[in-house]
Design a binder for this molecule. Structure first.
Ligand SMILES: Nc1ncnc2c1ncn2[C@@H]1O[C@H](COP(=O)(O)OP(=O)(O)OP(=O)(O)O)[C@@H](O)[C@H]1O
Ligand SMILES: [Mg+2]
Length: 510
């Protein structure tokens, strides 16, 4: 007898339907799996044999052929254990159940018949449901994440025995339900808040500008000045995730096996801070069995590169294109995979190897040559993708000691939200979402300066020896500052502040 069981595989961040066809016929006992299975799929035979035996069933001593269709796509991972087993049980007529044409199965088996959690359940379930499947069987530990797909009946399966009891009508598994509105309605919760950062008003203002325009940021300052602390708090003043953004971020975390425990969805903007020894593949994604990298895990959130000059050059280089395009594309013999990576990049560094170059209280012990070599580790093209350079001076004692409560993230966020709303409306239909994404022609169209502002920019351009690129960046940042101010026209004060965020170019890289 031949049976067809539905399952789902992964390509990039989306699922695709796999049909598991099982044929059991007379003849010499043999078991073959065809349809480009990789080693982990071929090894499923051993897991399935043991799981069946431990559940009171057998691999029939006949000729078994399993075809994984479409046959030209490589199948990897152990999630096909479950559909193959159901195919085997039905084709060999060890169990009898109703039609399974609207059912899909995915899950890994352990030798004793328990069903183990797998990665990438959410995109798979979304695809299965879109393809008309309404009864979806997943590992119990993945059930909440899968149940985010409302409309489908999602069953969390603990063991093969439990699944067989359900399919044969002996004892039904209750479908897992999650209340999306309730989960999503909960206000985003962060463990950090800007009110914990004392003083540093200028720096906080710069972070507000960065958040309001989606600009990349470089923080430069001596050790202990609070760079890491400030970067960690950036997500708390970014606009709330929309449902679609949350779904996409969840897909990526699901595929990478990085879902936080007990959470069916990613509800806050991701903040990722990979160590500077991170490899190019771990940062950008890839590998022989492609997975999203840190830059994609930060999608819709913040990628923080602490101690930027310490990162491997090759790792930073491969990140440049994705930063520009908002997507990582990985090409393999089996096809190409894309992972989105719309991130705000925040980088931090000391101004020199000892950390105190330009500091008022400590003497710098580095030679000019050493400083130049240190700064030279950060390549020009990467620096060019960073709109704001913010100097973070050492915090003063009086500021730390102050009893005054600094402004909370929620208050700052209100202003950011307002500025973002102006941008969303202004750029509707252009494919641009925030000022940081403006193309040169859009800069020309939307960055309109008052006469005085124009004169000021001209003077700054000449006296500071700005490049054409720096000029464009100043305009974009000035656009954001004007938006925070609720002003259509960019005025003098907006230009003056924007120019200030380029001053580090001169100070440190002159
Ligand atoms: N403005 C501030 N208000 C309150 N605490 C602060 C402030 N600045 C620094 N701190 C304290 O100092 C600690 C060190 O700050 P942080 O790690 O952010 O410094 P850093 O600039 O990243 O240093 P490094 O260059 O060594 O990485 C913080 O955890 C915090 O406790
Ligand atoms: Mg730090």
């Amino acid at each position: 007898m031949i049976t067809k069981i539905n399952s789902c595989g992964l390509k990039g961040i989306d699922g695709y339907i796999i049909s598991v066809e099982t044929g059991v016929s007379g003849g010499f006992p043999a078991w073959e799996i065809v349809g480009l299975p990789d080693a982990s799929v071929r090894e499923s035979k051993e897991r399935i044999r043991s799981a069946l035996n431990n559940t009171g069933y057998v691999v029939p001593g006949r000729r078994i052929v399993i075809n994984l269709a479409p046959a030209d796509v490589k199948k990897e991972g152990a999630y096909l254990d479950l559909p193959i087993t159901v195919g085997l049980l039905t084709a060999s007529e060890q169990i009898f159940c109703g039609s399974l044409s609207k059912a899909a199965f995915m899950g890994e088996l352990s030798l004793d018949g328990a069903v183990r959690r797998i990665d990438g359940v959410l995109p798979m379930v979304i695809k299965a449901y879109q393809s008309g499947m309404t009864e979806i069987f997943v590992p119990f530990d993945n059930a909440e994440e899968a149940a985010v797909v409302s409309g489908a009946n999602v069953y969390g399966v603990r063991s093969l025995g439990q699944l067989i009891d359900h399919l044969t009508g002996k004892r039904m598994i209750a479908p897992t339900k999650v209340n999306i509105d309730e989960i999503f309605g909960k206000a985003a919760k962060y463990t950090y808040d800007f009110s914990e950062v004392k003083g540093q008003e200028n720096v906080k203002r710069a972070m507000e500008v960065a958040a309001a325009g989606g600009h990349n940021v470089l923080l430069i300052g001596p050790p202990g000045s609070g760079k890491t602390m400030l970067a960690q708090r950036l997500p708390t003043i970014l606009p709330d995730l929309t449902f679609d953004e949350a779904l996409e971020s969840t897909k990526i975390h699901s595929i990478a096996g990085k879902m936080p425990k007990g959470a069916p969805m990613i509800l806050t903007r991701p903040f990722r801070s990979p160590h500077h020894t991170v490899s190019a593949v771990a940062l950008s994604g890839g590998g022989s069995n492609p997975k999203p990298g840190e830059i994609s895990l930060s999608h819709n959130g913040v990628l923080f590169l602490d101690e930027l000059p310490e990162f491997r050059k090759d790792a930073l280089e491969v990140m440049r294109q994705p930063l520009e395009d908002g997507v990582v594309t990985i090409t393999r013999v089996q096809g190409s995979y894309s992972y989105p990576c719309n991130v705000m990049l925040v980088a931090s560094m000391n101004p020199c190897p000892c950390g105190y170059y330009g500091d008022r209280k400590h003497d710098c012990t580095c030679t000019p040559k050493k400083i130049a070599a240190y700064l030279g580790k950060v390549s020009g093209p990467l620096l060019d993708r960073i709109d704001l350079h913010i100097e973070v001076p050492a915090v003063e004692y009086d500021e730390l000691d102050s009893k005054e409560k600094p402004e909370s993230s929620a208050d700052i966020k209100k202003r950011v939200d307002r500025a973002r709303k102006i941008q969303t409306e202004r750029y509707r239909g252009t494919g641009v979402y925030s000022n940081s994404g403006l193309t040169p022609s859009l800069v020309e169209k939307y960055c309109v300066l008052s006469g005085a502002a124009n004169n000021m920019l001209k003077a700054a351009f000449e006296s500071l020896g700005m490049s054409g690129r720096a000029y464009n960046r100043v305009l974009k940042v000035a656009r954001t500052i004007a938006d925070l101010d609720g002003s259509d026209i960019i005025g003098e004060s907006h230009i003056a502040e924007a120019v200030q965020y380029r001053s580090l170019d001169r100070k440190f890289w002159a």
